[in-house]
Write a protein that binds this ligand. Structure first.
Ligand SMILES: [Zn+2]
Length: 447
């Protein structure tokens, strides 16, 4: 019989409409799976975890983050996306070329710790640091060690023309690490996308990914690069589909937004980054008006915090601000305001969908994998709980994340990361950061 654990007597947000949410219920985990959700489950022969001061819910899901930048946290908070002094100029063209395989490992290691700490159980690592196969091995090693459910999105580097070997290197990684479907790691292709590659280059990319059954993830509508109709041009060749995720989409035209919707593609919005760095206007309403619900992503820790609380609050605030502005201008028949439940779904089940994992994760549904978090309700920042969903979206932060389980395995308990020597990782982080900064000649921002 598989190991059984019951999370007892918590406020349970299954976020599955058929299962429902409960002011008090139990969640039974059997092996790697959720076996049952409901009040007063009669369970024998199980480890009992008291959840009476907890909200129990599915783990958060981030659909696009460059984990290798974990050692560059907050390095560019006053620097925009484009221009002479910009993220594109210094992170992708100055710092990235200095990375050894070891630095990719450490960047990923740091970022995965932050993910677990923040209650994120599934991550898409958009890893455009694949300078050599050793860089690939290093990134994957850190993902494997983390215990997280991860999509490794293989991306060629952006500081030089793509090497001829990339398709072979990608296929080697797919074969070596991803031949089993029954594991925490899956593979995707992190392509340059329509704005940074030729039509033929894009066709080759989509084919390469589909040949190994990988999803495709691309940045589009990226600031001024998004203003030339390239997404429509490439899209007319029939490449897009439900296996494709479009990130940002901030400066796309209406034809392109509609094309993404019509092809059943998924979308990843990183609204804090998009607003602060100048990607363009976050297209949340344009997608909602067309019936597409987005997923959320942190994107770059060079600029923004690593948690989904920030993501949810940023997006719902923005959508409300835009709509209230229209209301104040006396516009009639406005679309609905996003609710807290909406953005909580964006941060969970919509993330699962965009990562191609909705059959496995994103809600507390019996039969799905047990990717579960427990959020403390007895901390000074949150009691009394009057509206559990409102509390998660607006009242909580990473300090409320008590426990994190991925496929039934505990990665964080009682507020502490498990099996982790934080001092050792911190030492590695400074060593790698110092090396990359010195090698690149980049100057850290003055105090
Ligand atoms: Zn990105």
């Amino acid at each position: 019989m598989p190991e059984r654990t019951v999370l007892n007597g918590g406020i349970v947000l299954s976020l599955d409409k058929k299962v429902g949410n409960f002011s008090q219920a139990d969640v039974l985990i059997e092996g790697s799976k959720i076996a049952a959700v409901g009040p007063n489950l009669k369970v024998e022969n199980a480890e009992v975890i008291d959840a009476s001061n907890m909200i129990v819910m599915p783990g958060f899901i981030d659909t696009h983050r460059h984990l290798w930048e974990g050692i560059l946290r907050n390095i560019g908070t006053d620097i925009p996306l484009e221009g002479a002094e910009s993220y594109l100029a210094f992170v992708l063209n100055v710092l990235a070329p200095a990375y050894r395989a070891r630095d990719v490992y450490v960047g990923n290691k740091v970022s995965t710790l932050g993910l677990i700490d923040a209650g994120i159980t599934t991550i898409l690592d958009w890893s455009h640091i694949q300078a050599t196969p050793e860089h690939t091995d290093a990134a994957i090693q850190a993902l494997q060690e983390s215990g997280l459910r991860s999509v490794f999105a293989y991306g060629p580097v952006w500081y030089e023309a793509p090497k001829r070997e990339h398709p072979e290197w990608f296929k080697r990684a797919a074969k070596q690490y991803f031949s089993s479907k029954n594991q925490l790691l899956t593979i995707a292709w992190a392509g340059y996308g329509p704005e940074f590659n030729s039509i033929e280059g894009n066709q080759a990319d989509w084919k390469l990914a589909r040949d190994v059954g990988a999803r495709i993830s691309v940045h589009v509508g990226v600031g001024t690069f998004g203003k030339h109709g390239k997404v429509a041009e490439v899209g007319k060749t029939g490449l897009y589909g439900p296996d494709t995720t479009f990130i940002h989409c901030t400066t796309l035209n209406d034809t392109e937004i509609q094309m993404i919707v019509d092809t059943g593609s998924t979308v990843s919005l990183s609204s804090p980054v998009e607003m602060m760095m100048g990607h363009g206007k976050v297209p949340i309403q344009r997608f909602l008006d067309r019936g597409l619900r987005p997923s959320l992503s942190v994107d770059v820790e060079t600029n923004v915090p690593n948690d989904m609380f920030t993501q949810m609050r940023s997006l719902i605030s923005l959508q409300h601000a835009l709509l209230f502005d229209r209301k104040l201008a006396d516009e009639q028949n406005l679309p609905p305001f996003l609710t807290t439940r909406d953005v909580l779904e964006f941060a969970t089940i919509e993330g699962a969908r965009a990562n191609g994992l909705e059959a496995k994760t994103g809600s507390l549904t019996p039969g799905k994998e047990a990717d579960v978090i427990m959020l403390r309700t007895d901390k000074a920042n949150i009691f009394p709980i009057n509206d559990p969903i409102g509390a998660v979206v607006w009242g909580m932060d990473t300090s409320n994340v008590d426990s994190v389980f991925v496929a039934g395995k505990a990665l964080k308990r009682n507020g502490h990361l498990l099996n982790m020597d934080l001092n050792k990782v911190r030492g590695m982080a400074y060593e790698s950061r110092d090396y990359v900064v010195a090698k690149s000649g980049f100057k850290l921002p003055p105090i």
